[in-house]
Design a protein around this ligand. Structure first.
Ligand SMILES: [Zn+2]
Length: 200
C-alpha cells in the first residue's frame, strides 16, 4: 500500500480519537449536532464528559468508557448540598440521583431552588424551610440560559439530611419538625417523605 495513504489513515485516526474533557469545544452546529455526552450552547457543541471525540452521521459525540454520563434534563432527580441561601432562592451543588444511588453516572452541576419551588404552600423565606449545609432531594424543573432550577414540591423531595444551625450536629426528625440531640434546638424543614435514609 502507498505509504502516504497509511500515514493519512494514521492521522485521521489520531484526530478521530481525540481525548476531550467536559467543556471542551467539539464543533459548531453547522458541522454537527450534539450527540451522546455533548451539549449545544450558542450554536456551538461542547463535551460534557471525559472520553473520545467522535463525529459521525452529523452528530458530535463523546464516547466515554463505561456507562453514558447523564446530563441535566427536566425531571431528573438529584441530590444537592445547599451552598448558600438568600430570601428568594437557595444555591445548590447537585448530583444526579442515579450517580448517588450507584445506578448510573453523572456530573455535578450548580442549580437554584427558588422560594416558590420549595413546597405547595406559601413560603416567606427560603431559610424557613432549607438551610445551608442541608442535603436535599429535588427534581430539575427548568433549564434556561440563566441556569438550572430545581423543585422540592413532590412529597419524595425536600431535605433528607438537616443540620443544626447552632452547632452543625445532624438533626433528628421529631414529629413534624426536627430537633438537635446536642443543643436541643428545634427547627423546621420541608422534608422528603420516605427519603430520610443515610446517604453516606
Ligand atoms: Zn444543635
Amino acid at each position: 500500500m502507498d505509504r502516504s495513504i497509511i500515514k493519512c489513515d494514521f492521522l485521521m485516526n489520531l484526530s478521530n480519537k481525540r481525548l476531550v474533557l467536559p467543556g471542551d469545544h467539539l464543533s459548531s452546529y453547522e458541522e454537527a449536532e450534539p450527540g451522546e455526552n455533548s451539549y449545544g450552547e450558542l450554536d456551538e457543541v461542547y463535551s460534557c464528559a471525559v472520553g473520545q471525540f467522535e463525529e459521525a452521521g452529523g452528530k458530535a459525540a463523546v464516547k466515554s468508557p463505561g456507562r453514558v454520563l447523564e446530563k441535566p434534563r427536566v425531571g431528573m432527580e438529584v441530590y444537592c448540598v445547599v451552598k448558600r441561601t438568600s430570601p428568594s432562592k437557595a444555591l445548590l451543588l447537585c448530583m444526579p440521583a442515579a450517580e448517588v444511588e450507584g445506578k448510573g453516572r453523572g456530573l455535578s452541576f450548580d442549580a437554584a431552588l427558588p422560594v416558590n419551588g420549595i413546597k405547595n404552600a406559601y413560603v416567606k423565606e427560603v431559610s424557613d424551610e432549607v438551610r445551608i449545609g442541608d442535603i436535599i432531594r429535588a427534581k430539575v424543573r427548568a433549564i434556561t440560559s440563566k441556569g438550572v432550577d430545581v423543585s422540592t414540591v413532590s412529597v419524595d423531595c425536600g431535605v433528607v439530611h438537616a443540620f443544626c444551625v447552632r452547632c452543625r450536629n445532624p438533626l433528628a426528625a421529631v414529629g413534624s419538625g426536627y430537633a438537635c440531640g446536642e443543643c436541643g434546638n428545634k427547627e423546621q424543614r420541608k422534608s422528603a417523605q420516605g427519603q430520610n435514609k443515610p446517604l453516606i
